[in-house]
Design a protein around this ligand. Structure first.
Ligand code: 9D3
Length: 250
């Protein structure tokens, strides 16, 4: 996948995606990233790309000419690309979106700064994507989050060890608890079952813990799923155990 990020902070994006999984994706050429600065397309001697809003009000607005010149230059490099604007007005990013985007060969991501951009850039945008209902100071962290989430889905980046693919349920549920050595630490032992070598029961315990964690912490996620009888029974059992724990505590 080839990605062009249009940003006033190219170093931030370049640096943020040069560690961990995105770095591996780039080294394996599964992800080819380039950054482009609208300042390089400003036609004034101070290379200004923002100006005061018509109609008054606080802050500055990114100007249409350098932003659209950047998009058009990125388009020349990536002719098939969809143009995604990172924007608090966008549709919220989900795992389903990431899975869709992981199949797209070329992407252009536009990052805003200041109060946003001149509305006249909108005809050059295919879709607006947000990270959620909270306020960031610009689109760069959102673009980096999107690229990070896509990078780990690209073929041959994580290989078979990808724990996200090992168990098909994990995409829809919260994670189960994890433990590693030491087996006993500060008087707290790892659940015995995990040391038993009984992989069928371990798998079932993990699924039950994932169902239980989702029920406790994110009931909204459970509401969107229809559970099969086996999962329903595992969750019912978890809830029962939870209620006896609560009674002992009370
Ligand atoms: C406080 C400023 N707001 C005035 C009502 C508007 C505003 C302008 C620019 C809010 C945020 C931003 C910068 N944000 C992004 O570029 C952004 C973002 C976000 O803020 N939240 C979630 N996802 C995203 S994607 C890009």
């Amino acid at each position: 996948m080839q990605v062009e990020v249009i940003t006033l902070f190219p170093d931030m994006v370049e640096q943020g995606l040069s560690a961990g999984v995105p770095r591996i994706a780039r080294e394996k050429r599964a992800l080819q990233l380039s950054v482009r600065n609208p300042r390089d397309y400003a036609d004034n001697p101070h290379r200004a790309v923002d100006d005061r809003p018509f109609g008054g009000g606080p802050g500055m607005v990114m100007q249409a000419p350098p932003v659209v010149a950047s998009i058009e230059a990125a388009r020349a490099a990536l002719p098939q690309a969809r143009v995604i604007a990172m924007s608090p007005q966008g549709t919220p990013l989900t795992q389903a979106w990431l899975q869709h985007l992981a199949d797209v060969p070329e992407l252009i991501l536009l990052c805003g700064r200041y109060e946003g951009w001149d509305e006249r850039i909108m005809p050059y945008i295919d879709v607006e994507i947000s990270l959620g209902d909270f306020v960031l100071s610009g689109g760069e962290l959102a673009a980096m989050a999107l690229i990070d989430g896509v990078a780990r889905l690209l073929p041959d980046v994580l290989g078979h060890k990808d724990s996200a693919k090992e168990d098909s349920f994990v995409e829809d549920l919260l994670d189960c608890p994890h433990y590693t050595r030491p087996a006993s630490w500060r008087g707290v032992s790892v659940p015995e079952l995990l040391l038993s070598g009984d992989h069928a029961r371990i798998r079932q315990w993990r699924l039950q813990q994932a169902l239980g964690a989702t029920w406790l912490k994110r009931p909204d996620l459970l509401g969107r799923l229809t559970l099969c009888d086996e999962w329903e029974a595992l969750l019912a059992d978890f809830i029962e155990q939870q209620q006896s724990v609560r009674k002992v505590q009370a």
